[in-house]
Design a protein around this ligand. Structure first.
Ligand code: SF4
Ligand code: FES
Length: 264
């Protein structure tokens, strides 16, 4: 297969970026999107050895790690959609057979104020880490693993928690949202612990702290577009956002009562 690629090139967060055009052929329909980019980079390296190149002739920088849909590193905006045209897959799992031979493919980084561009297609997603640091944990004494059946968990709750825990932190929900909202990610992270007995003691403090961190990082609010759920490679449900909002309201009211009853 052959393709024309229009790829966003940007030297660093301070420089102005632009699209650069590349032609590539001899791509197997069974290649993944990242393997296709590997082939392009190999070509750019080979061509660069024989003739002088400007910045856009250097290999394209893009993030990746597991290439198995697990780590969430490989987010690319492909033809106007986070992770490209396939449903329920990450960019590393997207295959070139999903495109037509001769297609022009436009590749951009995630676009969000909270995700500044580091270089080309790589963005700084450390805002997600800040949200996790604010409350995405439970406080327990470490030591030997406890007996697995010491805290029974109803199966329906375990399944809900596992569904939420399948979020890989890729940031596609932010890229898809017209408001750059990260509420699907935060909702999933809040829910996966709130459903389990181990996560309940800190549930109120957690939801308040994570929402505060979310606001401080500059993400927008949910506007019910549902684009996040549609584009999420793990099909995380927007019902987690609804649960998070309910938990936040409950936590705020209870906190308010505590303040009134303590007279402070
Ligand atoms: S909710 Fe989905 S799109 Fe958002 S970070 Fe998690 S896996 Fe990625
Ligand atoms: S490289 Fe890990 S999810 Fe794509």
């Amino acid at each position: 297969m052959k393709f024309t690629l229009k790829i966003w090139r940007q030297k660093d967060s301070q420089s102005k970026g632009k699209f650069a055009k590349y032609s590539i052929d001899n791509i197997s329909a069974d290649s993944s999107f990242l393997e296709m980019l590997d082939q392009l980079n190999q070509k750019l390296i080979t061509d660069g050895g024989s003739k002088p190149v400007d910045f856009t002739g250097c290999p394209v920088h893009f993030d990746h790690d597991c290439r198995e849909g697990i780590c969430g590193m490989c987010g690319l905006y492909i033809n106007g959609r986070p992770h490209g045209p396939d449903k329920g897959v990450t960019t590393c799992q997207l295959h070139m057979r999903k495109f037509k031979d001769g297609d022009t493919i436009v590749v951009e980084p995630w676009r969000s104020k909270a995700f500044p561009i580091i270089r080309d297609l790589i963005v700084d997603r450390s805002a997600l880490d800040k949200i996790i640091q604010a409350g995405g944990y439970i406080s327990v004494k470490t030591g030997a693993a406890p007996e697995a059946n010491s805290i029974p968990v109803p199966r329906y709750l375990a399944e809900k928690a596992m569904d939420a825990a399948s979020c890989i932190g890729c940031g596609a929900c932010v890229a898809a949202c017209p408001n750059s909202s990260v509420m699907l990610f935060v909702g999933a992270k809040v829910a996966h612990m709130a459903y389990l007995p181990q996560g309940k003691p800190e549930a109120s403090r957690r939801v308040q702290a994570m929402i505060k961190a979310m606001d401080e990082c500059g993400f927008g609010n949910c506007s019910n577009a549902y684009a996040c759920e549609y584009e999420c490679p793990k099909s995380i449900s927007v019902t987690h956002i609804a649960k998070m909002n309910r938990d936040f309201l409950f936590a705020s009211v209870c906190h308010e009562k505590e303040v009134i009853s303590s007279g402070s």
